[in-house]
Design a protein around this ligand. Structure first.
Ligand code: OSB
Ligand code: MG
Length: 368
């Protein structure tokens, strides 16, 4: 497969409500979309999960654009006739840049699968046609506001609730939600907001029967997570720290994590995600699919991954309406707490070009 054109497009979508985490408050989602066109005129789409600023991960949209334009796309072009399966090795000389690399690999994979007539779910090894949905709930302005928001998600059918926490917003909000919904699968996500000296405080969360606590400490603090995991009964689950199969293997071996949040963008793509999944399945470690406020393009691909057999916990695979009033694809809707895995060829969705154009901030085209 030879790619004749790469289109890099920044779009801007308002969120239905502000999404507050320990690292930022988002009121809209800027998204970098990739479109590739092959010499046969087949088009592939993907979404880069980087955010506008380097607050969740070191990557950010302008940086990804630069990396793609200056290094990654020229390297793929130089490689000539390429397969999605070889993208990672062609890009290996360039350090880091998992999110940028993942986006390019996924766009190529979409085009390649469209050419061969198979769906991403089938290609990755999915064994489900629908996946259970979890929802990630931001830090609220008050406990009452949190109760209202969580209640609306429980009533909508979400099968698992994840509460964002930070120092000053942890034990009390979690206690309140646990009291209201004693049987609901519940987990928390700190996005690195705590430090090693907070273990006593974090241990207080053990009484709430949580599925897991996600990334309490700094992304580089593997030892700290291992120490914390020893003293907490709640399982520790790493998100930001897991950037590849080898980092997952190390963290598991060191007992810094006992469950893995697989976010395809963060680990360099869907193919690396499957490797992490397979490794975890072989050692009976549960995995779940994380989210990055994706539009329908990224959401479609995440649903395909979440349909693999080792994804035994509900992921952050919520309905499009959780974040967007209008999505750029046909929205993903939740029925009885599940979303159907797309079964069309490739990622199985295409953007509504007219709407996408209307929310475009800039487009850059690289033609060979
Ligand atoms: O830590 O899982 C996270 C969103 C942006 C960046 C990081 C995270 C999140 C979420 C939302 O929790 C997940 C979703 O897309 O539903
Ligand atoms: Mg997280």
């Amino acid at each position: 497969m030879k790619i004749l054109e790469y289109e890099l497009r920044r779009i801007y979508l308002p969120l239905v409500r502000p999404f507050r985490t320990s690292f930022t408050t988002q009121t809209d989602r800027e998204v970098l979309l990739i479109k590739v066109t092959t010499e046969d005129g087949i088009v592939g789409w993907s979404e880069c999960v980087a955010m506008s600023a380097p607050l969740y991960s070191p990557e950010y949209i302008s940086g990804c654009l630069e990396t793609m334009r200056e290094f990654l796309i020229p390297a793929l072009n130089k490689a000539g006739d390429i397969q999605a399966e070889n993208v990672a090795s062609h890009l290996k000389p360039f350090l880091g840049a998992q999110m940028a690399k993942a986006a390019l690999e996924t766009a190529l994979l979409d085009a390649q699968l469209k050419a061969s007539g198979i769906s991403l779910a089938t290609y990755l090894g999915a064994n489900k046609t629908r996946v259970p949905c979890g929802v990630s709930v931001g830090i609220a302005p008050s406990i009452e506001a949190l109760v209202d928001e969580v209640t609306s998600y429980v009533e909508a059918g979400y099968k698992r609730i994840k509460l964002k926490i930070e120092p000053g917003w942890d034990v009390e909000p979690v206690r309140r939600i646990r009291e209201l919904f004693p049987d609901k699968p519940l987990q928390v996500d700190a996005n690195q907001a705590y430090s090693r000296s907070d273990s006593k405080l974090l241990k207080r969360l053990d009484e709430f029967d949580l599925l897991l606590i996600e990334q309490p400490l700094d992304e580089h603090d593997i030892l700290g997570h291992a120490q914390l995991a020893k003293v907490m009964s709640t399982p520790v689950c790493l998100d930001e720290s897991i950037i590849s199969l080898s980092s997952a293997q190390d963290a598991l071996e060191l007992k810094a994590t006992s469950i893995i949040n697989i976010k395809p963008g963060r680990v360099g793509g869907y193919l690396e995600s499957v490797k992490i999944h397979d490794y975890c399945v072989a050692r009976s470690t549960p995995v779940w699919c994380g989210g990055m406020l994706e539009t329908g393009i990224g959401r479609a691909a995440n649903l395909a991954l979440a349909a693999l057999p080792g994804f035994t916990l509900p992921g952050d695979t919520s309905a499009s309406s959780r974040f967007f009033k209008q999505d750029i694809t046909t929205p993903f809707e939740m029925v009885d707490g599940y979303i159907e895995v797309p079964n069309g060829i490739g990622i199985g969705v295409v953007p509504d070009i007219e709407f996408m154009e209307s929310i475009t901030r800039s487009v850059e085209t690289i033609t060979y």
